[in-house]
Design a protein around this ligand. Structure first.
Ligand code: GLY
Length: 613
């Protein structure tokens, strides 16, 4: 499939991980098929949160700093912190606290997050992922009939709630990189929760359409009017319980959350759920520890320019899958398939989409077979980088032909000490993404989640509790008894798709971009699309985000409805793809360096904006 420019691309676009920490001046830094789940689950995996409209965004140019978040009030909080001399981490904390209030469907104090940080020299990865309670085991989601529970039944209630990790991780990062006092970062969220904020269109839509939020009496009182309908757009919503929680944490630090009255309230809410109690305990909360992990950085070359792309290692599958997709594409003639300019904007071609979909299916087959919490699961050959080795990706790319391959199965990148069975596809949901670069050049890419929209639908102390445990496999083994890497075990972190990403100039080590998105498993596709658009097609951050969305799966090729020319879809069908047009509500945020400062983009499919100076 080689074309004229393949030589340069094939040699240079291969991702070479092993050397990425040693080459100055770069920053330091089984056989499987998808079976056993319903088309509904597959589709939900690609459309985790409902759409709420499409609003064109201009993109924003700034000179000295920039902050991008999913809600204008949250972005403004970050902007205020940066203006008053705060660091990127300070701003991220202020943004996250406001998101807990104004975007309660996506992230918050009751959830977890992955944060990538760059201080001008070193890239760091902070893991605030939730953990399974000590009393949980592989049968957590097996019902009385011995079968996996229906997904939504498992989500709503206490059973799905993991030990929240967000706050303790933010405190750890603040100790390392904060400039302003911890308590000062709480002021915007305290003010807004006390005085009230206007309910946005997106929040209104998600409340109105949620099938389960009313089942929690506390959430029902907060989110719905006396008439039983979602609070109308523009309603000024106050959250006195959250004000009180935030004041306590501002004054006392994370221990106020992990021990004492707030911890007890979370445990009571989980364990006393009337129909679906969970297993979270005070011991889980007081023992929670965030982890600093070694970031995964990969060499990448596009248009003869060398880059270093750094992302989150397991328990996230994000960077490994994105690295595999980009690396496999680099061995094909994808670079010879430019996007088309249409009346609706820039659109990937059918030939490129075919190659992307095949590369992504191969990556997702490896993801299903291998990826789980690295504290519990052996990487192939003892090193996750085996999954990105150039020779392995070349071998994988040879599986791609002109027609859709009948089934994408996992490869064997290195000898295995433990053979895992592939995890069947399951729905994966919400999240939010924050990108920030401060005036000193420190950068944050943080993706943050309570999993589904409104998490487990359990509201306590003014915030929503996560349902992150449903990111684990519902079954601990396959039918033959072979273990699944991402099974529930006490203290284990569920596999994630979150892909907070930092991009560097490989030669100078200069930070070029901070990128990420919500979207369940489709986070990987949304982020890969944006990186490819920026690095390979030369699009600015906004235009790369605007590119129509697409995914890849074993049961069909999901594409964003109404965004592709009929001829493109017809060609894909001729090549064997069962094209499925659907909503694909990404929530991308990206900030890139320009000659004069920064340029930020926010997703037209959600409410995000960029601010800065
Ligand atoms: N719960 C979404 C993710 O972690 O990928």
């Amino acid at each position: 499939m080689a074309g004229p420019s393949l030589t340069a691309l094939a040699c240079s676009a291969l991702l070479v991980l092993a050397g990425c920490q040693s080459q100055p001046p770069a920053p330091q830094g089984i056989s499987s098929t998808f079976t056993g789940n319903t088309p509904t689950a597959q589709q939900a995996a690609m459309q985790p949160e409902s759409g709420s409209g499409y609003t064109r965004k201009p993109g924003w140019a700034t000179q000295t700093y920039a902050v991008a978040a999913a809600n204008p009030l949250a972005t403004a909080a970050g902007d205020q912190v940066l203006k008053s001399g705060g660091s990127a981490v300070d701003a991220a904390i202020a943004v996250q606290l406001v998101l807990t209030l104004v975007e309660p469907q996506s992230s918050g104090l009751g959830g977890g997050a992955f944060l990538m940080h760059f201080d001008g020299k070193t890239v760091e990865a902070y893991d605030g992922r939730e953990t399974a309670p000590r009393e949980a085991d592989g049968r957590l989601f097996i019902g009385a009939d011995g079968k996996p529970m229906p997904f939504q039944q498992a989500v709503v209630g206490g059973r799905s709630v993991g030990t929240p990790g967000l706050l303790k991780m933010l405190e750890q990062v603040h100790q390392a990189h904060g400039k302003l006092p911890w308590a000062a970062l709480f002021a915007p969220a305290i003010n807004l929760s006390e005085r009230g904020f206007p309910v946005s269109q997106r929040l209104h839509t998600l409340i109105e359409t949620d099938p389960s939020l009313r089942s929690d009496p506390v959430a029902a009182r907060y989110f719905y009017g006396a008439d039983g309908h979602a609070l109308p757009v523009g309603t000024i919503l106050r959250n006195p319980e959250l004000t009180q929680t935030l004041r306590q944490i501002a004054a006392g630090g994370s221990k106020v959350f992990y021990q004492g009255e707030i911890a007890q309230a979370m445990v009571d809410k989980v364990r006393n759920h009337p129909t679906n109690p969970g297993r979270l305990s005070l011991a889980d909360l007081s023992a929670y520890q965030p982890k600093k992990r070694t970031p995964l950085c990969a060499d990448y070359s596009a248009n003869s320019k060398p880059y270093l792309i750094c992302g989150f290692p397991p328990p996230s599958s994000g960077m490994l899958a994105i690295g595999q997709i980009l690396g496999i594409l680099g061995n094909t003639d994808a670079a010879l398939q430019p996007p088309q300019a249409t009346a609706q904007g820039v659109v990937p071609s059918a030939n490129w989409l075919h190659l992307y979909s095949e590369a992504a299916r191969l990556a997702f087959a490896d993801r299903a077979a291998y990826i789980g919490d690295p504290d519990f699961v052996q990487a192939p050959g003892g090193d996750w980088r085996s999954l990105l080795a150039p020779g392995y990706l070349l071998e994988r790319s040879r599986l791609i032909g002109p027609q859709r391959m009948p089934a994408a199965t996992a490869g064997q990148p290195a000898p295995l000490r433990v053979g895992y069975a592939p995890m069947p596809p399951q729905p994966e949901y919400g999240t939010s993404h924050i990108s920030i670069i401060d005036k000193d050049g420190n950068a944050v890419a943080m993706t943050t989640t309570i999993e589904a929209a409104f998490g487990s639908r359990q509201m306590v102390k003014g915030f929503m509790l996560n349902n992150e445990l449903t990111d684990f496999s519902f079954t601990p083994t396959d039918a033959s008894g072979q273990p699944i890497a991402n099974s529930v075990q006490p203290g284990k972190r569920p596999r994630s798709s979150m892909s907070p990403t930092l991009v560097f100039d490989r030669n100078s080590g200069q930070l070029l971009a901070s990128v990420g998105s919500p979207g369940g498993a489709a986070i990987i596709h949304y982020t890969a699309k944006t990186l490819y658009g920026m690095l390979n097609w030369g699009l600015n951050a906004q235009h790369a985000i605007d590119l129509p969305n697409f995914g890849a799966s074993e049961t069909g090729l999901p594409v964003e409805a109404g965004r592709f020319p009929p001829a493109t879809l017809a060609t894909l069908r001729q090549r064997g793809h069962d094209v499925k047009e659907q909503e694909m509500t990404s929530g991308l945020q990206a900030i890139e360096r320009t000659g004069t400062g920064y340029f930020g983009g926010a997703d037209p499919r959600r409410e995000g904006v960029v601010m800065g100076d």
